[in-house]
Design a protein around this ligand. Structure first.
Ligand SMILES: Nc1ncnc2c1ncn2[C@@H]1O[C@H](COP(=O)(O)OP(=O)(O)OP(=O)(O)O)[C@@H](O)[C@H]1O
Length: 302
């Protein structure tokens, strides 16, 4: 693994009070093999990583390198074939209220209103009706969704649905939020707004976040640290600290510090993406992509 020894993240953001002490993720020598009728697939091999309490960490890597597999193991939906996955020193043995998970597809109950969706987990915890409504309204307010509390999911845009999904995952007070490409289906502008809303909620609630994305800019903009994975079977190729001050404004992505991080991550990820594509991409194919045919018929140009 390439360790890029940058300083610890600079956090000059709005006061977060005392540092959180819970919500530490520790993955050690994690491996996961899928056994199917068609044979076995080693999805992830020997990954070790940590997320400190209150830290925002992203994972980027080529398609199929096992990012979702790892998040699903952390959520408690999959068991490691080797190694350990623990939260605050306790091995994970199934899903739990200490971890919230958000997927790219919106997973709201269509027959419940926005507020009822958010209240669902609180109801499961046995919290009484008035308190449920109070907590749901507070969180909906933080996400700018107060005026939509009585709407049904069908009436909402993709960005709003995902905001409700985040609020719902946060409602039960998890120490950890796991997000698997949550903004992948959103347009660029909505995505930027969602990134700011997520950062805002993360800072206020002092939770630890592990965020999977394909988008390098998104990973840098949001994170304290970024792990880069190799092609399948996924392992950690590099760990990159993001020492950019907070709060981060959209204009930050034009700064030289941001662009330097982006260049570094792009070259790491490109190498692995080419490996992941295996024989599909060779030098000739890459030349072809860059060729200027100047309006010629492609067959004769080649
Ligand atoms: N249920 C399953 N059964 C068998 N193989 C699986 C299963 N789920 C995932 N895989 C395989 O495991 C590997 C890792 O998959 P995973 O979805 O974790 O990768 P990923 O990095 O999240 O991919 P992407 O970025 O494309 O979403 C892939 O080769 C995938 O085909």
């Amino acid at each position: 693994m390439t360790a890029i020894p940058l300083k610890r993240p600079v956090t000059t953001e709005t006061p977060r009070g005392t540092a959180p002490t819970r919500g530490r993720i520790e993955i050690r020598d994690f491996g996961l093999r899928y056994e199917t009728a068609a044979g076995a697939t080693d999805a992830v091999s020997s990954v070790s990583l940590t997320v400190e309490p209150g830290e925002f960490v992203s994972i980027i890597g080529p398609s199929g390198c096992g990012k979702s597999t790892m998040l699903n193991a952390l959520a408690g939906f999959l068991k490691p074939t080797s190694g350990t996955v623990a939260v605050d020193g306790k091995p994970i043995d199934g899903p739990g209220a200490d971890r919230g998970m958000i997927f790219q597809q919106y997973s709201l109950f269509p027959w419940k209103t926005v507020r009822e969706n958010v209240e669902f987990g609180l109801k499961m915890k046995g919290i009484d009706r008035a308190e449920r409504a109070r907590q749901a309204r507070t969180l909906l307010g933080l996400a700018g969704l107060s005026q939509f509390e009585n709407q049904y999911p069908d009436a909402l845009s993709g960005g709003m649905k995902q905001r409700v999904g985040i609020v719902r995952a946060l409602a039960t007070g998890p120490r950890i939020l796991l997000l698997d490409e949550p903004f992948g289906a959103l347009d660029a502008q909505t995505r930027l707004i969602m990134q700011q809303i997520l950062t805002n909620m993360w800072q206020r609630l002092k939770i630890s976040v592990l965020f999977v994305t394909h988008d390098i800019d998104e990973a840098i903009f949001l994170s304290d640290r970024v792990y880069v994975m190799t092609a399948r079977p996924g392992a950690i190729k590099a760990e990159v600290a993001v020492p950019l001050p907070r709060p981060r404004e959209p204009a930050l992505i034009m700064s030289s510090e941001f662009l330097a991080l982006r260049r570094g991550l792009m070259s790491l990820i490109r190498e692995e993406s080419l490996k992941a594509m295996g024989g599909e991409i060779n030098d000739d194919a890459m030349k072809g992509l860059a060729a200027n045919f100047e309006g010629q018929d492609i067959a004769s140009a080649l």
